[in-house]
Design a binder for this molecule. Structure first.
Ligand SMILES: Nc1ncnc2c1ncn2[C@@H]1O[C@H](COP(=O)(O)OP(=O)(O)O)[C@@H](O)[C@H]1O
Ligand SMILES: O=C(O)C1=C[C@@H](OP(=O)(O)O)[C@@H](O)[C@H](O)C1
Ligand SMILES: [Mg+2]
Length: 163
C-alpha cells in the first residue's frame, strides 16, 4: 500500500500505449461499492474472493498493464495467474514512505489501526518474500518521482530475456 502501483501502472500503460486496469477500481465499478464498504460488509475474506475472481478475469487480457491491491499476493491462485500471465513488477517502498503516501486518504481499511507503520511492517514481513517469488523486476520507488520509476521499468523490461 502506497508503493505506487495504481499511479505508476497508469503512467506505464500510457507509455506503452496499452490499456490500464486496476483490480481495486474494477471491483468498485463492478459492485458499485468502495473497498472500505466491501471490507465492512463482507470482511477481508469476502474482499479477497472478489479480488481473486477479478484478477483471474483481468489476466485473460492480452496486452494490458494491471495494478493489483497489495494483498493480492496472499493467495496462491493470484500469484500463479500473475506470474503466468505476464511480467510482474514489484514496486518497493520503505515503510516510512508508505506511511507518508497513505496518511491522507481513508481508503485503505487495513491501515485503520493505532499504529499504521507497525501494520505495514508486519504485512511486509509476510508479503515481501511472496512479491519476490513472482517478480520479474524489483523496482525501488523511494526518493524517485513516479515518472522516473516508469522510465526505469521501461528500460529494465527491455533487458529481460524473452519468455
Ligand atoms: N514514487 C512516488 N513518489 C512520491 N509519491 C508517490 C510515488 N508513487 C506514488 N505516490 C503517491 O502515493 C500515493 C499512493 O499511491 P498509489 O498509486 O495509490 O499506491 P498503491 O496503489 O501502491 O497503494 C498517491 O498519492 C501517489 O500520488
Ligand atoms: O494491501 C492490501 O491488503 C490492500 C491494498 C489496497 O490496495 P493498494 O495496495 O493499491 O493500496 C486494497 O486492495 C485493499 O485496501 C487491501
Ligand atoms: Mg492501488
Amino acid at each position: 500500500m502506497g508503493a505506487g502501483k495504481s499511479t505508476i501502472g497508469r503512467l506505464l500503460a500510457k507509455e506503452l500505449r496499452l490499456p490500464f486496469k486496476d483490480s481495486d477500481k474494477e471491483i468498485e465499478l463492478r459492485t458499485g461499492a468502495n473497498i472500505p464498504w466491501i471490507f465492512d460488509k463482507e470482511g477481508e475474506p469476502g474482499f479477497r474472493d472478489r479480488e481473486q475472481a477479478m484478477i483471474a478475469e483481468l489476466c485473460e487480457y492480452d496486452g494490458v498493464v494491471l495494478a493489483t491491491g497489495g494483498g493480492a499476493v496472499m493467495r496462491e491462485a493470484n500469484r500463479r495467474a500473475l506470474h503466468a500471465g505476464g511480467r510482474v513488477v514489484y514496486l518497493h517502498a520503505s515503510v516510512e514512505q508508505q506511511v507518508g503516501r497513505t496518511a491522507r486518504d481513508r481508503n485503505r481499511p487495513l491501515l485503520r489501526t493505532a499504529d499504521p507503520a507497525k501494520t505495514l511492517r508486519d504485512l511486509l514481513a509476510i508479503r515481501d518474500p511472496l512479491y519476490r517469488e513472482i517478480a520479474d523486476l524489483v523496482v525501488e520507488t523511494d526518493e524517485r518521482p513516479p515518472r522516473m520509476v516508469v522510465l526505469d521499468i521501461l528500460e529494465r523490461l527491455q533487458q529481460l530475456p524473452p519468455r
